[in-house]
Design a protein around this ligand. Structure first.
Ligand code: ADP
Ligand code: GLC
Length: 485
């Protein structure tokens, strides 16, 4: 099959979160499985330029013409990368925000991107199906089914939308439609209108042929008011075309046996190297390295409301009564940055914090920590807990979305399970899970090692999920051919 990925971020070019890991790894695995795959994304400042394949595309937004180009990036492991180059829109420090606030011209930036993608699909790489990711690609199906509906090349082209996070919708003032040159008729309850605003993601949900999200549980959750961010009704209407496909992970990047960022590699067969990784990790955070027996809890995260830091704030004082270390790497909302900074000041012998985006350190935390903490309020899939399993770092998670689908609770009687999880979004419940984890860590080495082995044996590589996407693509393409004949 010939598939075009449309995404705002992709490893190894630009990343703010798991979306980039997923588009990077899934495209690669599909190519390995014999498909022709191209990925198109904006050329941000950190992306090396490629050679122009279309030096100028005329795109009209409102009353103004813009002239972006399309560049051919490298071909890596069978995947072809193309970049939409338009320095006024993408040559900026950050992908989406400045000083924590969304760029005001995000609607222009991602509508232009979507329009260029359609021209690219007509002229350079005409796929059998387009697979778009998150709200930034959602104008592609909207345009396909409206302004491009009569196009002989693109009409009927199937579009699959993956929602990686319903919390980010691309929500704008109504005048945006005029600014970006979308039809005013789209401002209705059946299309883009959302409580008086314009929702790009809603447009994607309404106009895509199929919608996937990144775990089975999250696919159910987003159909409920509690997790629907106001879109649960719209998703319920399309429930026959909604499914959850669990993300895989890329074990060529995330594996303690080969991880180049660890001071010593280790594996299921010989786990001894993990101690050296723990020592190195403590040193990275300037914490004492003399007592490696104390449990070390790790956090790597965007500091966003989604991730459950309110609960950590609630229980931090009680938790830090225990003899343990806590290290956190992340950045985002100032109040959570402040929370960890304050804890590190108050407990300098116990808590280490790094406010940064630091991939090598993220690997060191997976390798060196004993437990990995993810008490998310909601979590479409979550990748770090899956990485943690492979590193023998026991996840302590809230039972929501992908966290619930990937972590099995430890059962002391049978020795089964891979981690500790709690259900209610409550501080005491989080604390109770942590207490259990600390109890087994400190009193029952055998049980702990069993837990580590259980996790390290799990296989969340991409092949199973890639096969599910293939099946879906095949059905969509077949359906198109049927309608055409
Ligand atoms: P989300 O996409 O919601 O942020 P995921 O768990 O799916 O959550 O993916 C997060 C990805 O981003 C992981 O690969 C994680 O290691 C990485 N990451 C998040 N924050 C940081 C950070 N501060 N430094 C380095 N890597 C980070
Ligand atoms: C989102 C979600 C995260 C998921 C990632 C990749 O950023 O927050 O849970 O793992 O996308 O699908």
């Amino acid at each position: 099959m010939k598939i075009l990925f449309v995404t705002p971020e992709c490893v190894p070019f630009a990343k703010t979160g798991g979306l980039a890991d997923v588009t990077g790894a899934l495209s690669k695995v599909l190519a390995q499985r014999g498909h022709e795959v191209a990925v198109v994304m904006p050329r941000y400042r950190m992306v090396e330029p490629g050679k122009a394949v279309l030096p100028s595309v005329t795109i009209t937004l409102g009353r103004q013409n813009h002239f972006p180009s399309i560049q051919n990036g490298r071909r890596i492991e069978g995947v072809r990368y193309y970049f939409v180059d338009y320095p006024p829109f993408y040559d900026r420090d950050q992908l989406y925000t400045v000083e924590g606030k969304d760029y005001p011209d995000n609607p222009e930036r991602y509508t232009l991107f979507s329009k260029v993608v359609l021209e690219f699909a007509k002229r350079i790489f005409t796929p059998e199906l387009i697979h778009g990711h998150d709200w930034q690609s959602a104008m592609v199906p909207v345009l396909l089914r409206t302004q491009y509906n009569a196009d002989p090349i693109l009409s009927q082209l199937p579009f699959v939308l993956t929602i990686h996070n319903l919390g980010y919708q691309g929500l704008f003032e109504p005048e945006v439609l005029d600014r970006v040159g979308l039809l005013p008729e789209l401002f209705t309850i059946d299309a883009l209108e959302f409580y008086g605003q314009v929702s790009y993601l809603k447009g994607g949900i309404v106009f895509s042929n199929y919608i996937t999200t990144v775990s089975r549980k999250y696919a159910e959750e987003i159909q409920t008011p509690e997790y629907g961010h106001g879109l649960d009704g719209v998703i319920r209407v399309r429930r026959d075309c909604v499914t959850g496909i669990l993300n895989g992970v890329d074990y060529t990047e995330w594996n303690p046996e080969t991880d180049k960022f660890l001071v010593v590699n280790y594996s299921l067969k010989d786990i001894t190297g993990k101690q050296a990784c723990k020592k190195d990790l403590l040193a990275q955070f300037n914490l004492p390295t003399s007592d490696l027996k104390k449990p070390l809890i790790g956090i790597v995260s965007r500091f966003a409301v989604q991730k459950g830091f309110d609960l950590i704030e609630e229980v931090a004082d009680s938790l830090l009564q225990n003899d343990l270390y806590l290290v956190a790497l992340g950045l985002g909302e100032p109040r959570y940055e402040e929370l960890f900074r304050t804890l590190a000041q108050r407990f300098p012998e116990k808590v280490g914090v790094r406010i940064a985006y630091d991939n090598p350190l993220a690997h060191k935390i997976e390798g060196g920590a004993d437990m990995f903490l993810m008490p998310s309020r909601y979590e479409p899939c979550g990748l770090n807990q899956i990485y943690s399993l492979k590193y023998g770092t026991i996840p302590v998670v809230r039972a929501t979305g992908g966290l619930d689908d990937t972590i099995e609770p430890y059962q002391p009687a049978t020795g089964r399970g891979t981690g500790f999880k709690f259900s209610a979004y409550s501080g005491p419940d989080l604390l109770e899970s942590l207490r259990q984890a600390l109890y087994f860590y400190t009193t029952d080495r055998k049980a702990w090692q069993k837990l580590m082995r259980n996790g390290m044996q799990k296989d969340f590589s991409w092949n199973t999920s890639a096969a599910q996407y293939e099946k879906l693509y095949r059905n969509m393409i077949r359906r198109r051919k049927k309608t055409a004949s």
